[in-house]
Write a protein of this length. Structure first.
Length: 121
């Protein structure tokens, strides 16, 4: 799936503007990537459009970032309330799931904190 297609799908799922949809997808890719091993991050990135692939490959997981709560991260970075952050995360996740293989989704889930997996269901 191409980047513009993903943004449009995100808009469809969320009702967000083009810009908010784009920013939410980019932040979601970054947030997921910091929880993945290098090999898994590369596998994830390889299934994304080049614009998102670059983001996935540009982040380096650290002990600190791997422990960050995704919901809190979205709220802080975008200065939005919890309901808006939840909607961004869930719609971005649904969009990403449409764009990559089910096997990759399972591999990503296996490396995420349990609370994040439960939230994303």
């Amino acid at each position: 799936m191409k980047f513009r297609e993903m943004i449009k799908k995100m808009e469809l799922y969320s009702g967000f503007s083009d810009q908010e949809s784009k920013e939410s997808l980019e932040l979601m890719v970054e947030s997921l990537s910091v929880h993945l091993t290098e090999g898994e991050r590369k596998d994830f990135a390889s299934q994304l459009p080049k614009e998102l692939e670059a983001i996935a490959l540009s982040v380096w997981p650290t002990k600190e970032t791997a422990k960050q709560d995704m919901l809190q991260q979205f709220m802080n970075i975008q200065q939005i309330d919890e309901p808006r952050a939840k909607k961004q995360i869930l719609c971005a996740w649904k969009t990403i799931k449409d764009a990559i293989t089910p096997g990759e989704i399972n591999d990503i889930r296996a490396q995420l904190p349990n609370t994040t997996v439960a939230f994303l269901h």
